[in-house]
Design a protein around this ligand. Structure first.
Ligand SMILES: [Zn+2]
Ligand SMILES: [Zn+2]
Length: 75
């Protein structure tokens, strides 16, 4: 293999690969998302409104680390 394919980056929402779309890592959860699926807030982009909320509410306080599944924002 000429190129390393350790991690195939795909958008977690639509599944677009980094070869066809520009993907960005979520600053909160580290998942990759494409521009079409990004959630924009105050100049930053997140994978979801929930991550945007977590980011602005402050990271570092790991209170609930047991949510392995996607959390849906309740608003
Ligand atoms: Zn996408
Ligand atoms: Zn995220």
């Amino acid at each position: 293999m000429p190129m390393t394919t350790l991690e195939q980056k795909v958008c977690l929402v639509c599944g677009a690969s980094s070869e066809t779309m520009v993907l960005e890592p979520c600053p909160v959860c580290g998942k990759w998302f494409c521009k079409d699926c990004s959630f924009k807030q105050t100049g930053r982009r997140f994978c979801s409104p929930g991550c945007a909320r977590d980011f602005f509410w402050g990271i570092g306080e790991e209170e609930d680390e047991d949510d392995t599944q996607e959390r849906e924002p309740e608003y």
